[in-house]
Design a binder for this molecule. Structure first.
Ligand SMILES: Cc1ncc(COP(=O)(O)O)c(C=O)c1O
Length: 363
C-alpha cells in the first residue's frame, strides 16, 4: 500500500520529461584498459606531484573558495589565448556551463539545436531545464555539416542556442569553418562552439570571439588531462558572460580545483606534450584500424576514433572486447546514423596495443 502511495506521489510531482530520462550511465571500468571516456591516460611525474601537494597543503578548507577565482581566470586566459576584451565564466566541468547557458535562455516554446550525432548532454540538459531540442542530421557519409539543412532548421525553429562541437563528439571531425560562420551569421540567438577537444585539433574559433556578439566558446580541462578536477570555461562577449554569471551558484569552483588548475596551468607545457603525443598516437591508431578489413574508420581530430563494425556485429564486438579487459564505448543504435558504431579513446601505446590485439582476436 505504502509502495503505491509513493509511486503515485512520484508520478504526480515529477515532471514527465524527467521521468522519461535515464540517468547518465558510466560503466564500471575497475581493472580494465579504460578507453571509453576520452581521458588523457598520462599522469604527472612524482616531483610534480610533490610540488602540487605542497600547493594543496596551503589550502584553507575552513574558508569558502575565492568566488571569482581571479588568479585562475588570469592563468586560463593566458594558456587558452582568450581575447582580452572577452569575458570568462568558469563551470564545474563544461557540462555545468552548458546547463547555465540553457537556464539563462529557457522559456516556453524555446528550443536549442545541435547537429546529430552529437554530444548527448545537449539534449539531456535541454530536458532538465524545459527547453525543446532540435537535432539536425549531419550529412552522410562523412558526418560533415549539412549547411542547407542547418539553415532551413534555423529559419524554421528560431533556436535560442545552437551547439557546434568542434571537433564533434562522437564523430571526431572538425566542421567546415565557412559553414560554421554562415550558421553564426544566420542564428537568431547564441552559437556555442564547444571546443572540448581543441588540444588535439589545432583549430579554434577563440580568436574570432571579437568578431561575433553571439558567439560563445566553451573549453574544458577534462580532455587535456584534468578530468578529475571538473573545470570548464566559457569565453564570450561580456554582455553574455555577465548575464549568465547571475545563474552560477556561489563558489561553484572549489578551492582545491582552483589551486590545482592554477598549478596545472603553470605546467601547461607538460600537458601539451601529453596531448601532442596523444594526437600522434591517434593518427597511428587510425592507420592501424584502417588496415582491418570490414571496419569503416572515421578520420579524427580529437582523442578518440569512431569506427563502424560489420553490420550487426558492434554489440557482440563490444562485449568481446570487454571480456578481454578492454572497455570502449558502444554507440550502436539500430536504424540511426550510429548503427554498428563503436568509439575508442586513444590511450597509451600499451593500451592501444591491448585494444588492437583484443579487437583482432574478437574479429
Ligand atoms: C563535446 C563535449 N563537450 C563537453 C563535454 C563535457 O566535458 P566536461 O564536463 O568534463 O568539461 C564533453 C565530454 O565528453 C564533450 O564531449
Amino acid at each position: 500500500m505504502a509502495g503505491t502511495i509513493k509511486q503515485q506521489r512520484l508520478e504526480h510531482w515529477l515532471r514527465p520529461e524527467i521521468r522519461a530520462l535515464s540517468a547518465y550511465h558510466v560503466t564500471d571500468a575497475t581493472g580494465m584498459v579504460k578507453l571509453d571516456a576520452m581521458e588523457n591516460p598520462y599522469g604527472w611525474p612524482q616531483d610534480l606531484i610533490d610540488q602540487w601537494l605542497e600547493v594543496l597543503a596551503a589550502a584553507e578548507l575552513n574558508r569558502y573558495p575565492d568566488p571569482e577565482a581571479r588568479p585562475l581566470v588570469a592563468a586560463l586566459r593566458a594558456v587558452h589565448g582568450i581575447p582580452a576584451q572577452s569575458g570568462v565564466l568558469l563551470g564545474n566541468g563544461s557540462d555545468e556551463l552548458i546547463q547555465m547557458i540553457m537556464l539563462a535562455v529557457a522559456g516556453p516554446g524555446r528550443v536549442v539545436m545541435a547537429p546529430e550525432p552529437g554530444f548527448s548532454m545537449y539534449q539531456m540538459i535541454a530536458s532538465f531545464v524545459g527547453l525543446g531540442y532540435v537535432g539536425v542530421p549531419l550529412a552522410a557519409p562523412d558526418f560533415s555539416l549539412d549547411l542547407t539543412a542547418m539553415l532551413t532548421a534555423i529559419e524554421q525553429h528560431q533556436p535560442a542556442v545552437i551547439f557546434l562541437a568542434y571537433p564533434n563528439n562522437p564523430t571526431g571531425n572538425l566542421f567546415d569553418i565557412e559553414s560554421m560562420e554562415r550558421i553564426i551569421a544566420a542564428a537568431p540567438g547564441l552559437v556555442v562552439v564547444d571546443e572540448a577537444y581543441h588540444a588535439f585539433a589545432d583549430a579554434t574559433l577563440m580568436g574570432r570571439l571579437p568578431d561575433y556578439d553571439n558567439l560563445l566558446v566553451l573549453r574544458t580541462l577534462s580532455k587535456m588531462g584534468l578530468a578529475g578536477l571538473r573545470l570548464g570555461l566559457l569565453a564570450a562577449d561580456h554582455g553574455w558572460v555577465d548575464e549568465i554569471n547571475k545563474i552560477r551558484l556561489p563558489y561553484n569552483i572549489n578551492s582545491l580545483t582552483q589551486l590545482s588548475a592554477i598549478f596545472a596551468m603553470q605546467h601547461a607545457a607538460l600537458l601539451s606534450a601529453q596531448t601532442d603525443r596523444i594526437s600522434r598516437d591517434r593518427d597511428e591508431l587510425y592507420g592501424r584500424l584502417q588496415l582491418i578489413p570490414g571496419l569503416d574508420v572515421y578520420p579524427s581530430r580529437a582523442n578518440f576514433i569512431l569506427f563502424r563494425a560489420p553490420q550487426g556485429s558492434a554489440s557482440a564486438l563490444f562485449e568481446r572486447l570487454k571480456q578481454e579487459g578492454v572497455l570502449i564505448r558502444n554507440l550502436h543504435k539500430e536504424g540511426t546514423a550510429l548503427a554498428d558504431c563503436l568509439r575508442v579513446t586513444v590511450g597509451t601505446a600499451a593500451e592501444n596495443n591491448a585494444f588492437m590485439a583484443a579487437l583482432q582476436q574478437a574479429l
